[in-house]
Design a binder for this molecule. Sequence first.
Ligand SMILES: Cc1cc2nc3c(=O)[nH]c(=O)nc-3n(C[C@H](O)[C@H](O)[C@H](O)COP(=O)(O)OP(=O)(O)OC[C@H]3O[C@@H](n4cnc5c(N)ncnc54)[C@H](O)[C@@H]3O)c2cc1C
Length: 154
Amino acid sequence: MRRSDREITDPNRLKEVIESCFCCRLGFFDGEGVYIVPLCFGYEETETERIFYFHSAKEGRKGKWLHTGTKVGFELDTGHYLKEGANACSYSAGYQSVIGTGRITVIEDEEKKKDALAKILSHYGVFAPLPGKLSAKLLIYQMTVETLSGKENK
Ligand SMILES: Cc1cc2nc3c(=O)[nH]c(=O)nc-3n(C[C@H](O)[C@H](O)[C@H](O)COP(=O)(O)OP(=O)(O)OC[C@H]3O[C@@H](n4cnc5c(N)ncnc54)[C@H](O)[C@@H]3O)c2cc1C
């Protein structure tokens, strides 16, 4: 990172930034070109992995092209504000952001799907019970992070 003074390296701070973001933008190359799509997400960290969870309809561009094994890029950002400057060229943006790459796994198991949905909902502070049976039209998938960097302009 060119501005290494802005790099977030503390894993706890990275987690904090991810958890304070509203949406995650997934980017990938599909048969139609480069595609970036904003999505609500759930997040968890284990000893060895960082995992994002997403849900959507099976139909549509993303549903058509996202499969287990699809390599994706992602970006999240939060804490935006305008940093005023003495002149036009010294204005800038305050923010925290995270950029990385990962691999998609489509979740097929009904109980695992429910766990993933619960994680997505809990990211937004929703803890309502899920229906007994999920809609067959629902696509639920996870992205296992392969690379990740964080940056903060205070
Ligand atoms: C903050 C936020 C959170 C969201 N969370 C979710 C979520 O959790 N799950 C979910 O399924 N969807 C979510 N959406 C909507 C999502 O971004 C897509 O619009 C939707 O999932 C349809 O994607 P698709 O690939 O099936 O597109 P399609 O419906 O197949 O549309 C194809 C074309 O429509 C255009 N398009 C699609 N989406 C958008 C968009 N958001 N803005 C502008 N143009 C678009 C693109 O040109 C694309 O090529 C969210 C959107 C926002 C802004």
